[in-house]
Design a protein around this ligand. Structure first.
Ligand code: TYD
Length: 663
């Protein structure tokens, strides 16, 4: 998989460089359009034909499909330097992309299918994504080195033949590697949503709409740089190696930015960060457009990549579970993430085609400013146009995404650098006044999940984090947080309790909960405290409802009565396959834990169904991910529902910060 995707990523600079070489005798505008054409054609199939590719891939034997796709791409690539024709180079770009549409979905499901253990599948899926995207980091530097070698041995200005032959050889090696595997077990490829349809259906949530703008803006900046990189490098006196360096700067920056986005400035709002990163990327593009020095351009492109990557990854972190990564079963299918990917694809294709056209239309001009002469070439001007459009889009995106409106940016950033959440002085002063009842109502957060999902750990970490930021927190759990509750818990979980009827069990859990709400949760919420509970009503719906196969509506009704209708402001669902979760337990299994595998499967499906029915109130997380990542995502989400530290009643004056919900 690594080899084959390396081949695909190498084909991008190699084919564009070929188009550049084949238009040697044309004017700059034509050359730019030839390169832009190759790029657009390499992406067009993904926009138009992605679902067709995935459906076709599902019909053919996986191993055969991988080999055929590699072999055909090899043939197409080899014929490009042999035929030496621009139209064929363009056609080859399109064909390689079409074949990749068959290869990619097949490869994506093949890796997890070859892992026999269920619990390792999510990791295998993550690896499949890494292996498909990772080689992009290597491809551009490899291309730059190949260009240097070609210049050294075949003379300067040699076409991209060497890179193309190496690309073909990489495909050959990949096909040979797959041929050595005997069999790839069948697992259905996920249906791929059609990008245009996703775009048409819209983002689904307001956050995703704001993010759509942000993502369009950063895609525009990155795609604009790529579209004219070959031409611009030529104008700055560079060759293919320079071109490869610009691309390498961009992908390395992107990779770094994707990594940094969710990790940097944790106390800072992800939405703000995403909006800021978009604007920074657009500003970097302004400078790239104006500076006429190749080395500076390479570095600035790297920075642009960092900002673009950070904008994407911090933005999707704000969106909540699964938008950015493909860990859970079919995250591709969630509407906001399909929408965002469609925005990226379409913006990029349009930028690939349009930016070189604009460059051609503007053409080169010599500007004389008070004696100084500035040679403005068409590509620089086109980049400037793209930067201005991205800046406008980015400004609107920032306004839409900003969840801290009215709070000045500078102090907010400074506080985040010190690891704190910024509170404006007037609010801090008001909050510091001795005021026993600070607000009408606190916040209630529940953690749910199957056995061994790690909810107890995450609940504790979230509470520590909240206390660190100065909030009053009560941590509690079910069953058994009160005196009576402890006795109920003993009855419920003792394996010696035999013959307890399902209804009695449900009522005992409900009784424990009623006591818990009346004596712990409600009083705390009324004091304005943040309550973090390990399990709540959903556990009964999942275990007693779905698990024991009793009518879920009945359980819900009993619990609504028991709790007086108290619903959490946020429920964090930690998802884990039952086998993995049960395997993590150290203590001997209690009465519920020792239920059958099917019981636990039903519980898991039940939790998921509950969460999916009300996405605004849930955060669904794949508990097999590293603990640190999980707590960060939980922190972002909790931030959004943190209460206003201003005393109740003064909100009108200071506006905008409160997110306490009324029920
Ligand atoms: P818990 O103490 O959270 O155990 P663990 O940390 O092992 O998950 O919960 C005890 C058990 O009670 C657990 O197996 C789930 C079960 N349970 C229900 O079946 N219904 C409920 O309403 C609750 C709160 C728990």
């Amino acid at each position: 998989m690594s080899l084959s995707s390396l081949g695909l990523w190498l084909a991008v600079p190699a084919l564009t460089a070929m188009a550049w070489a084949l238009t040697r005798d044309e004017d700059a505008a034509t050359r730019a359009q030839a390169v832009g054409g190759v790029l657009a054609l390499m992406l067009l199939p993904a926009v138009l034909l992605a679902p067709v590719g995935a459906a076709l891939a599902a019909r053919v034997d996986r191993r055969l499909m991988l080999i055929i796709a590699d072999a055909l791409r090899l043939v197409v690539i080899v014929t490009v330097p042999l035929l030496d024709l621009l139209p064929w180079t363009l056609a080859a770009a399109f064909l390689v992309a079409c074949l990749s549409l068959l290869w990619t979905p097949t490869a994506r499901v093949s890796l997890p299918a070859m892992v026999p253990q269920d619990d390792l599948r999510p990791a295998a899926r993550r690896w499949a994504t890494r292996v498909l995207l990772g080689p992009a980091l290597v491809a551009a530097p490899v291309f730059a080195v190949l260009a240097l070698v070609a210049d050294g041995t075949l003379g300067r200005g040699s076409r991209a033949d060497l890179a193309l032959y190496v690309t073909a050889a990489v495909f050959l090696a990949s096909a040979a590697a797959v041929a050595m595997i005997r069999e790839i077990p069948a697992e259905m490829p996920h249906p791929v949503p059609a990008p245009l349809k996703s775009l048409f259906q819209g983002p689904g949530t307001a956050t995703a709409r704001g993010l759509g703008l942000a993502v369009a803006a950063v895609s525009l900046t990155a795609a604009a740089v790529v579209a004219v990189a070959r031409v611009h490098t030529g104008e700055l006196g560079g060759g293919d190696a320079g071109y490869g360096s610009v691309l390498a700067g961009l992908v390395l920056g992107l990779g770094f930015g994707l990594f940094l986005g969710p990790r940097s400035l944790v106390p800072f709002s992800r939405r703000r960060l995403s909006g800021l990163a978009v604007i920074a990327a657009a500003l970097a593009l302004v400078v790239i457009a104006l500076v006429q020095n190749l080395v500076v351009v390479v570095f600035l492109t790297g920075f642009l990549g960092v900002f673009a990557g950070a904008a994407w990854s911090s933005g999707t972190a704000a969106l909540g579970a699964g938008a950015a990564d493909s860990d859970t079963d079919a995250p591709e299918d969630t509407r906001p993430s399909a929408y965002l990917r469609a925005v990226v694809l379409v913006t990029t294709v349009v930028a690939f085609a349009a930016v070189p056209l604009i460059a051609g239309l503007i053409g080169s001009h010599r500007v004389e400013l008070g004696g100084a002469v500035y040679d403005a070439d068409g590509t620089g001007a086109a980049l400037l146009v793209a930067a201005v459009v991205a800046l406008l889009l980015g400004a609107v995106a920032y306004r839409r995404l900003d969840d801290r409106r009215g709070i000045p940016l500078g102090p907010d950033l400074r506080a985040a650098l010190h690891g704190e959440i910024y509170t404006p002085p007037e609010q801090a002063a008001a909050a510091a006044e001795p005021q026993p009842v600070r607000r009408e109502r606190g916040v209630f957060i529940a953690f749910e999940g199957g056995e061994g999902a790690g909810k107890t750990t995450q609940a504790r970490l979230a509470a520590i984090w909240l206390r660190d930021h100065g909030y009053d927190v009560v941590t509690t759990h079910e069953p058994g947080a009160t005196k009576i509750g402890m006795r109920l818990r003993a009855m419920l979980l003792d394996r010696d309790t035999t013959g307890l009827s399902d209804r009695a069990e449900s009522l005992l859990y409900a009784a424990d909960r009623a006591d818990h709400v009346a004596n712990v949760i409600k009083p705390a919420i009324e004091r304005g405290v943040i309550v973090v509970s390990d399990r709540y009503v959903d556990s009964s719906l999942a275990y007693q409802g779905f698990g024991r196969q009793q009518a879920v509506e009945d359980i819900a009704r009993v619990n609504a009565w028991a709790t007086g209708g108290l619903v959490p402001d946020l429920t964090v669902l930690l998802e884990v396959p039952p086998q993995t979760g049960l395997g993590r337990l150290s203590a001997p299994a209690d009465r519920i834990e020792s239920e059958s595998q099917e019981f636990h499967e039903r519980v898991r499906a039940g939790f998921r169904a509950l969460a999916e029915a009300d996405p605004d109130r849930y955060l669904i997380l794949d508990a097999s991910r590293p603990q640190g990542e999980l707590s960060r995502e939980i922190q972002y989400r909790i931030r959004e529902i943190l209460p206003d530290p201003v005393p109740a009643g003064t909100e009108d004056a200071t506006s905008t910060f409160p997110v306490i919900r009324d029920f």
